[in-house]
Design a protein around this ligand. Structure first.
Ligand code: B1M
Length: 225
């Protein structure tokens, strides 16, 4: 083996190891170590996008798989997502600087009258983990705020969350408001929340429903192909 090839092999090994360690931080909920590991990766010359894709997004995909297989539950998914968020704080400015394209912009909110935001926040974190840019409109969001969000920027997906049967109709009002504003063709509408169903999504002419945060990522991805 030539000297150059030898050093290249060593370097590749170091890079792979630190990316694995970043994944492990997320899978083991190690918020204290993740920023240090990301810095180590950057210092070793790994591009921020590679850190994001092969370290963090890969870990979040694994989190989603473990959740779907019943090995992780909501609390695990939540702390994993928070660990990823901690790492993203360091990585985000570098990604922006490097002009890394987001997977797409999602405006996310809990609909009017509804104050539940734990599930919505989890969906937002998982979407960010998957490379989407998330505009979090918060809770108790009236239809016109969603319309404004689409008017203001190149939002590709509107994500509506509701936990109360009494606030579900405000999802329909939001879809109707988008239609009235002539914007329905510009965006996909994704629904979620405990009382929601596929049938309801179809009834109000939304584009899809996701049962949980992991499936929300898959749905969002499928909406943009
Ligand atoms: Co409320 N609450 N709550 N509550 N609360 C429920 C929803 C309820 C089912 C409890 C019950 O009676 N068993 C019930 C609703 C009954 C119904 O409508 N059928 C209820 C009620 C009645 C109320 C009040 C009316 C109580 C009162 O004041 N009398 C009141 C309403 C306030 C309001 O919103 N206007 C109220 C208030 C509250 C708190 C403020 C105390 C608190 C919310 C705190 C917060 O969110 N910051 C609260 C909580 C915590 C709950 C329960 C216990 C837990 C909800 C939760 O966070 N789950 C809930 C009972 C329950 O669900 N077991 C209950 C964990 C979370 C991770 O799951 O939100 O389902 P979830 O999100 C999942 C999926 O649904 C999905 O992915 C997430 C992660 O996997 N998902 C999406 C969610 N949004 C998505 C969007 C997507 C895709 C997927 O795409 C855009």
């Amino acid at each position: 083996m030539s000297e150059l090839l030898f050093y290249k092999t060593i370097r590749k090994g170091i890079m792979e190891k630190v990316l694995e360690q970043i994944k492990d931080c997320i899978l083991n909920f190690d918020r204290d170590s993740i920023s240090g590991k990301i810095q180590e990766a950057l210092d070793a010359g790994i591009e921020p996008q590679k850190v994001l894709n092969d370290g963090m997004i890969a870990a979040m995909a694994e989190v989603g798989r473990l959740f779907e297989e019943g090995e992780f539950f909501v609390p695990e998914m939540l702390v994993a997502a928070r660990t990823m968020q901690t790492g993203l704080t360091l990585l985000k400015p570098l990604l922006v600087e490097a002009g890394v394209k987001s997977a797409g912009k999602v405006a996310l909110g809990t609909v009017k009258g509804d104050l539940h935001d734990i599930g919505k926040n989890l969906v937002g974190m998982m979407l960010e983990g998957a490379g989407f840019e998330v505009i979090d409109l918060g809770v108790d969001v009236p239809p016109e705020r969603f319309v404004e969000a689409v008017q203001a920027s190149d939002v590709k997906i509107i994500g509506l969350s509701a936990l109360l049967t009494t606030t579900m109709p405000n999802m329909k009002s939001t879809v109707d408001a988008l239609k009235e504003a002539g914007l329905r063709g510009n965006v996909k509408v994704m629904l979620g929340g405990a009382p929601l169903t596929d049938a309801y999504a179809q009834e109000i002419e939304a584009d899809g429903y996701a049962q949980d945060a992991s499936r929300a990522v898959k749905l969002a991805r499928s909406m943009l192909v």
